[in-house]
Write a protein of this length. Structure first.
Length: 161
C-alpha cells in the first residue's frame, strides 16, 4: 500500500513540475493528477474507517466523480491521455459494479475478490503511468531544447573565434 502512495506522490510531483514549466499547457494534467491523488487518499481513509469490503461501496461514487470531471475537461480541450484516463475509469466502474453485485448476492468467491483487487490495482497503475508519461515527456522536451540551445550557443562561440 505504501508503494502506491509513493508512486502517487511521484506522479503528482512530475505533473506539478510540468505545470510549473508551462501552466497554460499542463493545467489539466496537474488537475487530474491532483484529483487522482485526492481520490486515492479518500479511498484509503474510507477503507481504514469502514474496512474492506464495506469500503468498496464508496469506490463507484469516487470514480464517477473522477469520470465526470475528466470527461468534461476532455470535451473542452480534447487530449488522448484524458480519453485513456476516462476509459480506465469506466472499466474500473464496471469492475466495481460487477464485484459489488456479486458480493451483495453472495456469489463473490475468494478468487473473484482477489481478481477484483488485482484488476483495480492494475488499472490504477495504468492511470499513474499515463499521467507520468505526459509529464516526463514534457521534461524530455525541455531537456532536448536545453541541449539544442547549448549546442547552438557553443557553435556560435566557436564560429566567433
Amino acid at each position: 500500500m505504501i508503494w502506491y502512495l509513493y508512486a502517487t506522490v511521484a506522479v503528482f510531483m512530475i505533473c506539478f513540475l510540468a505545470y510549473r514549466s508551462k501552466p497554460e499547457k499542463y493545467a489539466d494534467l496537474m488537475g487530474v493528477s491532483a484529483l487522482l491523488a485526492l481520490v486515492f487518499c479518500i479511498g484509503n481513509a474510507i477503507t481504514v474507517l469502514y474496512r474492506f469490503p464495506d469500503a468498496m461501496l464508496a469506490a463507484p461514487v469516487l470514480d464517477l466523480f473522477l469520470v465526470a470531471m475528466i470527461f468534461r475537461s476532455n470535451q473542452q480541450s480534447p487530449e488522448t491521455w484524458k480519453s485513456l484516463i476516462v476509459a480506465t475509469l469506466v472499466a474500473q466502474l464496471t469492475l466495481h459494479a460487477v464485484t459489488i453485485g456479486l458480493w451483495k448476492t453472495g456469489s463473490l468467491t475468494e478468487h473473484g475478490l482477489w481478481t477484483y483487487v488485482v484488476a483495480v490495482n492494475a488499472i490504477f497503475i495504468v492511470q499513474l503511468l499515463t499521467l507520468a508519461t505526459v509529464g516526463v515527456g514534457h521534461g524530455l522536451d525541455c531537456l532536448r531544447g536545453w541541449m539544442s540551445d547549448r549546442r547552438h550557443s557553443a557553435l556560435v562561440q566557436d564560429a566567433g573565434q
